[in-house]
Design a protein around this ligand. Structure first.
Ligand code: CP
Ligand code: NVA
Length: 321
């Protein structure tokens, strides 16, 4: 299995098989255990990783930096005001320069096409640390968190409430269809996933039940995981449609009554973070009560970003140990 990752980019979960995704989750769980036991294997010794970030980040940046340090690599942070990308230099040229100096690139940015260009021209593995369209490393951490809690990744249903057309909804759909989890998305019709994505999901899903609905009750029944994300993703906050979008999404807010609609006391709450949950925050996709409840595993999920990014880097450019 390890060889199937060798020198591959990690752009979306669409590019990986069920077995490969499950392998990365199990490797992440093993790496977490090693870290707790203070076992250091330096799988990335002497590697250099560029962290090329057009958008801000807490988790992804810190997860990548700590993962690199733990495994013996050097991480170089390149923020949007640090380098020439998109100002004095094309993405294609930047990619060719970085590819001659670094062993891998983790990119966070706006256009998914920028990620694809980096991957094509750098000739080194490029890992998607979030684009407007997909956030696959997050979903790996989400699946790891689910496996840790339920000790399985089958017979699980996720209900995602909110913006059904953003990078998280897209990535959860792709990931669930790949590995056979059930997923229901409750969103306003205007924020449904694209037809292209739904067609793709339907063409690959084998064991997953997929439901896209406007109705929270329909989506949430029997859910083991209730998931939400910000209503305005990075870059949308100042859009002229922002206020309208927030109004549309208000009925998809996760509160304790919504959690009860699953009909299960074992249901967990997940959120990729950052979250608007405090009462003075305007958008409030989840109430403080749910966010701070025992059902909420959002900080386990955040920690798992580090173990999963470490697993991806180790699989694509690391030594097998
Ligand atoms: N979940 C996530 O990607 O968080 P950051 O934006 O802080 O990296
Ligand atoms: N949809 C959110 C995810 C943040 C991790 C955004 O793109 O801002």
């Amino acid at each position: 299995m390890k060889n199937s990752f060798y020198k591959r980019s990690f752009l979306t979960l669409k590019d990986f098989s069920k077995e490969e995704i499950l392998y990365l989750i199990d490797l992440s769980i093993r790496l977490k255990k090693e870290k707790i036991e203070k076992i250091y294997k330096y799988r990335l010794k002497n590697k250099n990783i560029a962290l090329l970030f057009e958008k801000t980040s807490t988790r992804t940046r810190c997860a990548a930096s700590v993962a690199c340090f733990d495994e013996g690599a050097h991480a170089e942070f390149l923020g949007k005001s640090d380098i020439q990308l998109g100002k004095k230099e094309s993405v294609k040229d930047t990619a060719r320069v970085l590819g001659r100096m670094f062993d891998a690139i983790i990119f966070r940015g706006f256009k998914h096409d920028t990620l694809l260009t980096l991957s094509e021209f750098s000739k080194v593995p490029v890992i998607n640390g979030l684009t407007d369209d997909y956030h696959p490393t997050q979903v790996l951490a989400d699946f790891m968190t689910i496996k840790e809690r339920f000790n399985r990744l089958d017979n699980i249903k996720i209900a995602f409430l909110g913006d059904g057309n953003n990078n998280m909804a897209n990535s959860l759909l792709a990931g669930c269809a790949k590995i056979g989890l059930d997923i229901s998305i409750a969103a306003p019709k205007t924020l449904y996933p694209t037809k292209d994505l739904i067609n793709y999901i339907n063409s690959i899903k084998k064991d997953s039940e997929i439901c896209i609905t406007e109705d929270v009750n329909e989506a949430i029944i029997n859910a083991d995981v209730v998931y939400t994300d910000v209503w305005l993703s990075m870059g949308e906050e100042k859009s002229k449609f922002a206020e309208k979008k927030v109004q549309l999404l208000k009925k998809y807010r996760v509160n304790s009554d919504v959690m009860k609609l699953t009909g299960k006391s074992s249901t967990i709450f997940l959120h990729c973070l950052p979250a608007s949950h405090e009462s003075e925050v305007h958008n409030l996709e989840v109430t403080d009560e749910v966010f701070e409840s025992e059902q909420s595993l959002v900080f386990e999920q955040a920690e798992n970003r580090m173990h999963t990014i470490k697993a991806i880097l180790s699989a694509v450019i690391g030594e097998y140990k």
